[in-house]
Design a protein. Structure first.
Length: 447
């Protein structure tokens, strides 16, 4: 056990009770390196117990009335709002998100439970839960990604076993406590702080009827083959492209690229890594981008003035530095060079990178972005295709015809217009209902 200030080990809710285990997870602040929590770690037997409890409680949860589900969900929504600052501080301490971003995540989570309460009362007689759910939440939104999955399960009348992100498990544990206090059956919500391998091994259990995953693309692609009996819904993360046409609102485009590339130190679910800029807009756009980066405050994520905090751990910061270093050694040039203090890695803007460099890949993580000018839109579109992220593309333009042509040329990609691609939880309160509907669709059936 790591050194602590006599902090008690937090138990985990499994199969109807809070339990301690022989394994203890030590959670350190990504910024200070200090121990900020110790949490019981779940093993294979804990997962089996959780699945057994979910299966045995499912018959009761699916028969609960919409009014009872809504009452629980409304209570949890209210309690999150009341505990907003505490929950936000937990996100900041464990995940390193800035306190302002963490408060926004708490607000989003409260709204998700409120939306789920309304959904529980909606007259959708033909929507029935598939059965026990296994949900996997993401580090990019340790509270919000857990919240929308838990809220959807309650609204649908499902029992759920949730794996929180290992580096920041406490937000999900806080939610489980609020759900239990609100009166939902304790056996119907388990939080398993288990390794990815142990969770993956449990997915073949025939009692698991639905799996919903938010996280890295590499991890997501392992789930389908491991779960032959379940409906699997993946929301994989990765890196994405942006195209800035010469008729775009360049101030707005620069603002959004800064958010998309550097929010949460480039560790967000969908991070902008490649930006293709029309030659006629290049000078103005890069000047605007540099101005915004120079104004960013880096450092302690708990301070109100901080815009960018640390990466999640030293290994992640080392990998980000190595990606930039290797790209420069291979011929890329820096428009905005990074510095580093412990796990806080400064923002980097690169030009002249090749699309096949490691820094341009879908699994590249860190506060860096690559820029290329283009003279012919077809060249930019071809470059986007060669990146092969298969995820999403942001296009900035005022020309409807040009936007439509880009959409047609990028058939198969999800296109967002005058915005950067982002996970639901990073898009603001307007998208809470969309996120909830996606989760409900993953765990219910309709004729």
């Amino acid at each position: 056990m790591a050194e602590t200030d006599d902090r008690p080990v937090a138990g985990i809710p499994v199969a109807g009770s809070w339990r301690l285990t022989d394994d203890v997870l030590t959670i350190r602040s990504p910024y200070s390196g200090k121990v900020v929590a110790e949490v019981a770690g779940a093993g294979p037997q804990d997962i089996r117990d959780a699945l057994a409890a979910a299966a045995s409680s499912f018959d009761a949860t699916r028969r609960t009335s919409g009014e009872d589900r809504a009452r629980v969900l409304e209570t949890v929504s209210r309690r999150i709002a009341e505990e907003r600052e505490t929950m936000a501080r937990t996100i900041t301490l464990q995940a390193g998100k800035t306190i302002r971003a963490a408060r926004a995540e708490a607000d989003w989570s409260s709204a998700a439970f409120a939306a789920a309460a309304a959904e529980a009362l909606a007259p959708i007689a033909d929507r029935t839960p598939l059965g026990p759910v296994v949900a996997i939440a993401a580090l990019g939104a340790p509270l919000a990604s857990a919240a929308v999955k838990l809220a959807a399960a309650i609204a649908a009348g499902s029992a759920i076993v949730l794996q929180p992100p290992g580096d920041a498990p406490t937000p999900a544990l806080q939610l489980a406590g609020l759900i239990r206090d609100a009166g939902w059956p304790a056996e119907a919500v388990s939080i398993v702080t288990a390794t990815d391998e142990d969770v993956l091994a449990a997915l073949s259990d025939e009692r698991v009827r639905a799996i919903t995953f938010t996280g890295s693309a590499a991890a997501g692609h392992r789930i389908g083959p491991a779960a032959p009996n379940a409906r699997v819904t993946l929301e994989p993360g990765g890196t994405v492209d942006v195209i800035v046409h010469d008729d775009a609102d360049l101030d707005h485009a620069a603002d959004r690229v800064v958010v998309g590339a550097f929010e949460f130190e480039g560790q967000s679910g969908l991070a902008v890594r490649r930006v293709h800029v029309a030659r006629g807009a290049w000078d103005r756009f890069t000047d605007l981008l540099m101005d915004r980066l120079e104004a960013l405050e880096l450092g302690d994520p708990g301070q109100e003035e901080t815009h960018l905090g640390p990466m999640i751990d030293r290994e992640s910061a080392d990998r980000a530095e190595a990606l930039v270093r290797d790209a420069v050694a291979a011929g890329a040039t820096t428009l905005f060079p990074a510095g580093r203090e412990k796990n806080v890695v400064g923002t980097t803007v690169l030009c002249d990178a090749r699309i096949d460099m490691a820094i341009c890949r879908v699994d590249a993580v860190g506060p860096m972005v690559c820029l290329w000018p283009y003279d012919d839109l077809s060249v930019a579109i071809r470059a986007v295709g060669e990146a092969a992220s298969g995820l999403a593309v942001g296009v900035f333009s005022r020309d409807v015809g040009r936007i439509a042509g880009t959409l047609a040329a990028l058939d198969g990609a999800r296109l967002v217009v005058n915005e950067v691609p982002a996970w639901w939880a990073d898009r603001g309160l307007d998208h809470v209902t969309d996120a909830l509907h996606a989760e409900l669709a993953a765990i219910t059936r309709t004729p």
